[in-house]
Unconditional design. Structure first.
Length: 367
């Protein structure tokens, strides 16, 4: 194992119980200094509790938290160099913007408060609002002021607890790009908590997908999407078509790099041997909606009937029902050739290698 960077954040076997309920269950992870990290998962999975332990607002029941070499596990929030931006930005309405940003610095009698606060405001592109009062700014601008206030003393770690949750969708998308720009400009560690998979994928270098207090998978966005480690991750990030199938190649032997599996309809499907863990018999063959093509251009083919066609702008999303009743989601780019009607019989195809494979023995319920 390589050594730890000087400002890496390390959670070691961290568990948090509230009486008999375990909200965070034995989590270990290292977040490299300067990375943009997301904790992603459904409501109640333990992401906020994890964040609160890093902030010092909760104490782990078991385990330790380090920033670099320093054990911060039992330090009070103000004793660790960690700031949090919440959804509610709680600015002082009677103070002007620069005084809001400089508030903490002035309390600590930092002689350089004016320059630092102005620099932080410039960073969030609100330098010109220094003399205004919070009620004169829009919600999105106030949120950026809160961000400047949290960045002004250059924390080791900045925690973002669903900070964009109160903003409308368009502003939210703008702020995602903006936050990413600010993070790369300041080079500080950002940890972002969200239940919005698109938001996590847009912003983070690395995502920990949480479920039931545990980390289901920790990876970069592309890996989570292309190679989900569980049906939970496959279904939580984007849409997945999961087909139950049995390995039929003799002893799972590969021919030209592919192995044959058989579906419930006795359709044979070729999958990349490298995607198939050795020794497994019952699998989920996962195919993302945009990998399926309508037509027989791909080597693997399934027949079905269109049960829904929804225009979504750049693409059309179809539901296609297979003979055994399973409905597959198919997304086709719109090329002006028109939409297939409901009731149309179609062939879906894709090529081996475009799938991901999960072991049914470890993951019986595909949801
Ligand atoms: P959300 O997005 O809804 O905030 P979350 O993933 O952030 O969800 P947490 O807030 O970490 O989840 O909560 C995880 C679980 O721990 C929930 O079931 C919650 O009810 C429980 N929990 C959190 N704080 C406490 C507490 N102080 N006392 C008892 N149970 C708690």
């Amino acid at each position: 194992m390589s050594g730890h960077g000087s400002g890496d954040l390390r959670l070691s076997s961290v568990t948090k119980s509230f009486e008999s309920f375990t909200a965070v269950d034995d989590i270990s992870l290292t977040i490299p200094q300067g990375s943009f990290f997301a904790l992603l998962g459904p409501s109640g999975c333990g992401k906020t509790t994890t964040l609160r332990m890093v902030a010092g607002l909760e104490q782990p029941t078991i385990g330790t938290i380090h920033i670099g070499d320093a054990d911060v596990t039992s330090l009070k929030p103000y004793q660790r160099n960690v700031n949090t931006v919440f959804q509610s930005y709680a600015l002082f309405p009677h103070l002007n913007i620069i005084d809001n940003v400089a508030f903490g610095l002035r309390q600590r009698k930092d002689g350089d408060w004016k320059r630092k606060a102005q620099e932080a405001l410039d960073l969030v592109e609100l330098g010109h609002t220094a003399k205004k009062k919070p009620p004169q700014l829009s919600g999105g601008m106030q949120q950026r002021v809160a961000l400047a206030r949290a960045l002004v003393n250059r924390p080791d770690v900045l925690l973002l607890d669903e900070p964009l949750g109160a903003l409308d969708l368009k502003l939210r998308r703008q702020m995602q790009i903006e936050l990413k720009r600010i993070q790369s400009e300041v080079g500080l560690t950002f940890i972002h908590v969200t239940h919005d998979q698109e938001e996590a994928m847009t912003m983070a270098d690395t995502i920990a997908v949480m479920n039931g207090g545990r980390i289901e998978q920790l990876a970069d966005p592309a890996t989570l999407y292309e190679k989900p480690a569980s049906t939970f991750v496959a279904n939580f990030l984007g849409q997945s078509n999961l087909l139950p199938a049995e390995v039929v190649s003799e002893g799972g032997a590969a021919e030209n790099g592919v192995v044959t599996v058989r579906t419930r309809d006795h359709d044979d499907i070729a999958v990349a041997a490298e995607h198939l863990p050795p020794g497994i018999r019952s699998v989920w063959v996962g195919v993302r909606p945009e990998k399926l093509r309508i037509g027989d251009a791909g080597r693997n083919r399934l027949r079905g009937v269109v049960t829904d066609a929804s225009f979504t702008g750049v693409a059309t999303q179809y539901l296609v029902r297979l003979p055994w009743g399973k409905e597959l989601v198919v997304v086709q780019q719109n090329d002006g050739s028109g939409r297939l009607p409901v009731g149309e019989n179609v062939t879906l195809s894709w090529d081996p290698g475009q799938e991901f494979i999960l072991d049914q023995a470890q993951d019986a319920d595909a949801g």
